[in-house]
Design a binder for this molecule. Structure first.
Ligand SMILES: Nc1nc2c(c(=O)[nH]1)N[C@H]1C(S)=C(S)[C@@H](COP(=O)(O)OP(=O)(O)OC[C@H]3O[C@@H](n4cnc5c(=O)[nH]c(N)nc54)[C@H](O)[C@@H]3O)O[C@H]1N2
Ligand SMILES: Nc1nc2c(c(=O)[nH]1)N[C@H]1C(S)=C(S)[C@@H](COP(=O)(O)OP(=O)(O)OC[C@H]3O[C@@H](n4cnc5c(=O)[nH]c(N)nc54)[C@H](O)[C@@H]3O)O[C@H]1N2
Ligand code: SF4
Ligand SMILES: [Mo]
Length: 666
């Protein structure tokens, strides 16, 4: 029975190397590859079920054309030829009447392959349409904050934790979102290295840690500054490292740190002052403390400042200079590939961009020209974007020509005029580079497409040809595109050696390098000052603190669901359980609410009905809703109906955690 090595393409930092067993053209088993050290022979509990994703009875298998009102979900079967004829005819009409800016390409990250993901964006770049300013729903704030501090370069290698003497999971539920790093950390803990978790939710990672700090949402910068205050006070700052590798620490020391005494930090964070002292003492005593920074702490109004301040901490003790120490947010920026060959084959350098978070506004309000056609792939904004009511109002426009390419009939696809069946990654061939490790790997197609499903690559290349684009990349095979990705790239690797699927690591054992304008870790950032942002790390209360609603929303990842990418797998939906909200016992008691009842979560944007769980997993004042579950799985609605769609201070990112609401009996 053949075993095919491939790469997991789900949006996940681990980027596992997988072994898939195939019998009579059918996948029978998926497991982790023992020959990739990070994957280490196991795949997560979601992906070992990916046969059920591929062969889900809910898969779309043919193109569909809308027959009922928008959003009604009424469709008829059509052929691929008819679907493509209609799309191309409509786009050409719109180009002629309103220009290419009236079309919006809105494709995102559900297939992490550089070709299947990148070339869809390349199509819209070459066509000169309005383009998606992507990733603001996810990592744009965190990345902008990291770039302003460390520079556009990856952080500490997760495989270096074998050399760490203290590990801090700071705003990242590794058990859910980075399970292979969790496994590595477990090994190191057996040798006595402590794991500290700092998170407003007592996550599974927090419950299993050596020490858990239940921090108040959005106050990590205050905690980091409190730790710095104590390090300086106790003579634990590495003055030589600060002088040689950092910029502006003396200003922080003079103007900022005096305001962050342990007592004030305790007031802000909700942690006892003694715990702030203990954390600083532990951090100061460690030689190679490793901080895994998650995106969670960036998803509120001051998220950039919050994350950036945490990323500065390893500079104070010089931990950035030692293998095993430092901080890791992501690694992708270290892969110097020729991405433009795929993402920008031709087309205007500048065009109208639409922030990923503002699809609703763009569809409802854009003028000059208004958006008349929308193409969505690998993205389910009717569930995963904040302020969902606005998104759905935009998608419901009868005069908008919407095409959705997805393996499943999603909430978004139900609003489409044409729905096109997409393959899953197991039915595609592609090249991958991780965003949470330093591996890159070529992934083979495991099985032929199910039904009439097409890959993103095939659809993109076909549409490009029919729209008259002649860029060579639109007619290249995957191995040919691979060569382009390495042409004039910073990585000295012969792409031909990658085609056999061997995982290759680009990790080095040096200390952290900095790619900021100064070439140093920037406590003072002129780039931020130039944008009118505070150039020094600091903490400010959230501006929405004065809201009329008493409870603050916390949204977190699902353990057996990743956004909506696995919602077509019945087994995983059941494992995740019915969508629920969590309140602390005191908040439940003051509202007369009890465990198990259906409650209504409401604010000015909308209302959602969920099962209530009463637990001290969160602090008073917080309502936790894990995952983004589609409406039909919940009592009513989906969490993003409540979520704020404002921008973060950096990177114009999402502010899910700047959402306030009330919970009552349904
Ligand atoms: N199982 C699973 N895996 C996933 C995903 C999934 O949904 N499910 N999503 C994938 C994707 S697309 C991404 S981007 C990554 C995201 O993975 P992460 O970087 O881990 O980010 P988040 O999912 O935002 O949340 C991580 C943690 O941040 C905490 N948090 C929220 N606000 C704060 C705060 O103010 N301070 C602190 N200290 N912590 C805070 C939350 O409680 C949560 O436990 O994971 C990927 N992997
Ligand atoms: N409230 C709240 N909302 C959030 C978050 C949060 O923490 N809180 N997290 C945000 C984050 S980090 C992210 S990344 C976004 C994710 O949001 P989305 O990008 O919308 O992610 P998914 O729900 O996984 O939807 C991806 C879609 O792509 C489809 N798909 C899978 N493979 C392929 C393929 O190969 N080709 C095509 N064409 N389609 C495919 C899937 O079936 C699914 O419908 O959600 C964000 N939304
Ligand atoms: S841990 Fe992440 S990369 Fe690995 S199999 Fe699961 S989803 Fe894929
Ligand atoms: Mo994400």
């Amino acid at each position: 029975m053949p075993t095919i090595r491939t790469v997991c393409a789900h949006d996940c930092p681990d980027m596992c190397s997988l072994l898939a067993q195939v019998e009579d053209g059918h996948i029978t088993k998926i497991q982790g590859d023992p020959d990739q050290p990070f994957t280490a022979g196991f795949a997560c509990g979601k992906v070992t079920r990916d046969m059920d994703l591929v062969y889900s009875p809910e898969r779309l298998t043919t193109p569909l054309r809308r027959t009922g009102p928008k959003g009604s979900g009424q469709f008829e079967l059509i052929t691929w030829d008819d679907a493509l004829d209609e799309i191309v005819a409509r786009w050409k009409d719109i180009f002629a009447a309103s220009g290419p800016l009236a079309v919006l390409g809105y494709a995102y990250s559900a297939h992490q392959g550089l070709m299947n993901r990148g070339l869809t964006n390349g199509l819209f770049h070459a066509l000169g349409t309005s383009r998606l300013l992507g990733g603001t729903v996810c990592d744009s704030c965190a990345e902008a904050a990291w770039d302003a501090t460390v520079g556009p370069i990856g952080g500490a290698d997760p495989e270096s934790v074998t050399e760490s003497d203290l590990i801090i999971g700071w705003g990242s539920d590794l058990h859910a979102t980075n399970v292979h790093l969790w496994a590595k950390i477990e090994q190191v803990r057996r040798q006595g290295v402590p794991l500290v978790v700092i998170d407003p939710r007592r996550t599974r990672s927090a419950a299993a840690a050596d020490w858990y700090l239940p921090i108040r949402i959005g106050t990590d910068s205050a905690l980091a500054l409190g730790v710095m205050h104590i390090l300086v006070r106790d003579g634990l700052a590495d003055r030589a490292y600060l002088a040689d590798h950092t910029l502006g620490f003396e200003q922080v020391e003079r103007d900022i740190l005096p305001r962050f005494s342990p007592d004030r930090v305790a007031e802000i964070t909700g942690l006892p002052a003694a715990d702030v002292e203990r954390l600083a003492a532990m951090y100061g005593a460690a030689r190679t403390p490793f901080i895994r920074i998650g995106f969670g702490m960036s998803r509120f109004t001051h998220g950039g400042q919050n994350l950036r301040t945490v990323a500065l901490l390893p500079g104070v003790t010089g931990a950035y200079g030692r293998y095993g120490g430092g901080a890791m947010l992501a690694t992708a920026a270290s892969f110097d590939l020729n991405y433009n060959a795929v993402r920008k084959p031709s087309g205007p350098a500048a065009t109208r961009t639409i922030n990923h978070l503002k699809l609703g506004e763009a569809l409802l309000d854009a003028t000059d020209p208004p958006i008349r056609a929308l193409f969505i792939a690998a993205n389910n904004p009717a569930v995963t974007n904040p302020n969902t009511a606005k998104i759905r109002a935009g998608l419901a426009r009868e005069d908008l020509f919407t095409v959705v390419h997805d393996p499943f009939m999603t909430a978004t696809a139900r609003f489409a005029d044409i729905v096109l069946p997409a393959t899953t990654y197991l039915e595609t061939e592609d090249f991958y580079r991780s965003y949470g490790t330093y591996y890159m790997q070529y992934g083979q197609r495991v099985v032929a497409p199910v039904g009439q499903a097409w890959s993103n690559l095939r659809l993109t290349q076909t549409l490009a040809a029919r729209m008259g684009l002649t860029d060579p990349v639109f007619s290249m095979s995957q191995p040919e595109i691979l060569k382009e990705l390495f042409r004039d790239a910073g990585l000295a690797v012969d792409p031909a050696t990658l085609l056999d699927g061997t995982p290759v690591s680009i990790a080095t054992k040096t200390g952290q390098r900095f790619r900021t304008p100064s070439g140093r870790l920037e406590f003072y950032s002129q780039a931020l000052a130039d944008q009118g942002l505070p150039p020094l790390p600091d903490w400010q209360p959230d501006p929405a603190d004065a809201t009329a609603y008493p409870l603050r929303l916390l949204t977190t990842p699902g353990y057996f669901q990743s956004h909506t990418a696995f919602s077509g797998v019945a087994f995983l939906r059941e494992r995740e359980g019915v969508p629920f909200a969590v309140l602390h016992p005191t908040d439940a008691a003051t509202r007369g609410l009890s465990d198990g009842q259906v409650v209504r979560l409401a604010n000015d944007r909308g209302q959602v009905s969920l099962r209530l769980r009463v637990r001290d997993e969160v602090q008073p004042g917080v309502v936790l809703v894990p995952g983004q579950r589609p409406d039909e799985e919940a009592e009513a609605g989906t969490v993003n109906m409540l979520c704020a769609d404002g921008y973060t201070d950096m990177g114009a990112g999402a502010t899910y955690q700047s959402t306030w609401l009330e919970v009552t009996a349904a």
